[in-house]
Design a protein around this ligand. Structure first.
Ligand SMILES: Cc1cc2nc3c(=O)[nH]c(=O)nc-3n(C[C@H](O)[C@H](O)[C@H](O)COP(=O)(O)OP(=O)(O)OC[C@H]3O[C@@H](n4cnc5c(N)ncnc54)[C@H](O)[C@@H]3O)c2cc1C
Length: 497
């Protein structure tokens, strides 16, 4: 079948298509073949759950070549990689510089393209996750709902996984627990000071050197690995002209105040958008804490910020939103402590893999982005899934030596992931533009275009990227394992032509 298709491809001089097909016999005993479409479509979703549904290939296989993998960084990207790789049978050690594992910050959203993978990997969130029912876009000056995305039940139904929000420390704890349960070794207090990308090995601050078959660098936005892997090609993430105050409020205090308690009535994300600024809010920690991210213009280079600015002045924060919806400013007034975060965005890097073919980076190290699609960590989870999927293509029976195969696998990995993460960086920047319009013609056109979703009328498109059907499909229906497997099949076919 593959040979025939190859011939057809040659004849039409088209690039090769992923060829996965499923055949079965129908009730009359006749063979029916269901091809995997080579274009984005939902027309075969009715076969979901039946074993005749077409797949890109068999994803989720156990690795046939088991590698000894060293991961630098135990953030969400490092832990996701550890879980995904260990599940396939690799031996995994994570080296983390901090002495005690913890995630700072406040809340984080786990969209379905990430939650689908995490739940499949067995990550247990217990009652720490909240499943919000809606996303309400609100007008900055009066809180009027101007955009509306129904998350429950629409997202679970359409994308086979829930949209969650969670406190970062609960997320991090659940990930670390699952990694350890699977047998990952997490070494804290181990700061990597150098990488030998040929060996490959990691040198620690304490002088120890650890060798591995593969290094996965997940060392965050200020990545040392990126410098080493890219050398002169390195492009540092740049300030975006925005910063975010992050804070949480005890919901018990809020419930006691009728002027703010309304926002806790149902679990929802509420997002006020206005000129140059927005405020994202939702409840986390089983509804015990109310999470707020307040994005505002900040043109100073974060490297020049006084340390004290991180522990930001609440008065400054309030000044930024002084003229906004009084129901919102009332909530902002309840914040007693906030930290200010620079919002950096990375460029689309030329490569993520060392020339040796023995080290690769992922997560924020490779694709820092504005948090305006709430997808930075989700991209790291997808990276982890794609990497684990592709590494299980290493073949001990191939005439090609494993290091050569590894180098090829990493090329396919970076090809598929640079494209996907780059698109997400673009989508995040675009949200910053759409949300931050000054009042005027663009803002009016935006609000008018979101009106059908607010009024429950049919719509084919929306400036709200959570609601826009095409963006939704691209963003949330994406299966990182399947996409990686498809990229591999395409590559194999191309090499045979
Ligand atoms: C305001 C804001 C809101 C966000 N909201 C969302 C959201 O809702 N959903 C979402 O998916 N994403 C969101 N993000 C993005 C998300 O937080 C990041 O993309 C994600 O945490 C990156 O994970 P990482 O593991 O790649 O990097 P990090 O979390 O930075 O982890 C890197 C780890 O490496 C360690 N490390 C660094 N250097 C070394 C070294 N030399 N040796 C050893 N260890 C080292 C660090 O200590 C750290 O533990 C948001 C970001 C911001 C700023």
């Amino acid at each position: 079948m593959v040979a025939a298709a190859q011939q057809a491809n040659r004849m039409s001089e088209r690039p090769p298509l992923p060829l996965s097909v499923r055949s079965h016999r129908d009730t009359r005993g006749l063979e029916v073949t269901v091809p995997k479409p080579s274009y984005p479509t939902r027309c075969l979703r009715h076969l979901r759950g039946l074993d005749i549904a077409p797949r890109a290939s068999d994803t989720g296989q156990e690795a046939k070549v088991k590698l000894n993998i060293a991961i630098s960084g135990a953030g969400l990207g490092g832990l996701a990689s550890a879980i995904a790789l260990r599940r396939r049978g690799h031996s995994v050690t994570v080296y983390e510089q901090v002495v005690e594992l913890k995630e700072v910050g406040a809340g984080i959203q786990i969209p379905p393209n990430s939650s689908r993978l995490l739940l499949k990997w067995g990550v247990k969130f217990g009652n720490t996750v909240v499943q919000p029912c809606d996303i309400n876009f609100r007008r900055w000056e009066n809180g009027k709902i101007i955009g509306l995305t129904k998350l429950v039940p629409d997202f679970s139904r359409s994308f086979d996984a829930p949209y969650y929000v969670i406190h970062r420390s609960d997320f991090h704890k659940a990930m670390a627990q699952q990694a350890r349960d699977l047998g990952v070794v997490i070494e804290c207090g181990k700061r990597v000071t150098d990488y030998d990308l040929e060996a490959p090995s990691l040198t620690m601050e304490d002088g120890n050197v650890y060798k591995a078959d593969l290094i996965v660098a997940a060392d965050g936005v200020r990545s040392l690995a990126r410098e080493k892997i890219l050398g002169d090609d390195n492009i540092l993430p740049r300030p975006t002209g925005f910063a975010a105050y992050r804070a949480t409020i005890d919901t018990h205090r809020m419930r006691d105040d009728p002027e703010v308690a309304w926002i806790l009535k149902e679990p929802a994300l509420n997002l006020w958008i206005g000129p140059d600024r927005h405020v994202m809010t939702y409840g986390v920690a089983n509804g015990e804490r109310f999470n707020m991210v307040l994005s505002h213009p900040e043109h100073r280079d974060p490297s020049t910020w006084p340390i004290a600015d991180r522990h930001a002045d609440c008065a400054d924060m309030r000044r930024h939103f002084a003229e906004w919806d009084p129901r919102l400013t009332k909530i902002i007034d309840m914040i007693t402590d906030t930290k200010k975060w620079p919002l950096l965005s990375g460029a689309r890097l030329p490569r993520w893999t060392a020339r040796s073919g023995k080290a690769v980076m992922l997560g924020d190290a490779a694709h820092a982005m504005l948090p305006y699609m709430s997808q930075g960590a989700a991209m790291a989870v997808e990276d982890a899934a794609a990497l684990a999927e592709l590494l299980s293509r290493l073949d001990p029976d191939s005439p090609e030596p494993v290091p050569k195969q590894l180098s090829r696998v990493l090329k396919v990995f970076e090809g598929v992931r640079i494209a996907r993460a780059g698109q997400m960086q673009d989508a995040s920047v675009l949200n910053g533009t759409i949300w931050h319009y000054e009042d005027g013609p663009e803002q009016q056109a935006r609000d008018e275009a979101m009106r059908p979703e607010v009024e429950g009328r049919f719509f084919r498109e929306s400036p709200n990227q959570w609601s826009d059907p095409v963006t939704q499909e691209w963003c949330y229906a994406y299966d990182a394992e399947v996409a990686a497997a498809e990229a591999w099949e395409t590559r194999i076919l191309a090499s045979r032509l």
